[in-house]
Design a protein around this ligand. Sequence first.
Ligand SMILES: [Ca+2]
Ligand SMILES: [Ca+2]
Length: 154
Amino acid sequence: MKRIIIFTLLSCVTLWAMAENRKYQLVILTKDGSKATYDLRLKPKITFDESNLVVTVNKIPTVYPMNQTVRFFYETAPGINGDANDDGSVDIADAVCVVNHVVGKDTPAFNINAADANGDGEVDIADAVHIVNYVVGKIDQLAPQRDMEQTDPE
Ligand SMILES: [Ca+2]
Ligand SMILES: [Ca+2]
């Protein structure tokens, strides 16, 4: 009975998170200190059997024995910097998206925080170049994502 209640609660949280269209992830913590995360946009499904918690993504189940699982919860997923079109991955389409934004073209999905790939506080063509360099492997890392909405606009 308790498990059913937990499951129902989790389902509600999942639906709410999806409805908000925010990036959330399911986190599973285990006794050995390992942490597994699942992007909610991949719709991880939680089920329980006798002694296991089972997370299924794309029909592939991962089994977490209950006695080894410390807890599981949802948290805000860290933003992916460079993911300007907000589809969950950084690729050449993000560079195109930044260019389109810079030249004033319509960009249906645009994450301004992620678009500032070089982290200088502005979204410009340099960010598109930065994303391309990252995608082709010229640079290993994109700048940590900052929240442009909270930046003082001077
Ligand atoms: Ca993307
Ligand atoms: Ca920038």
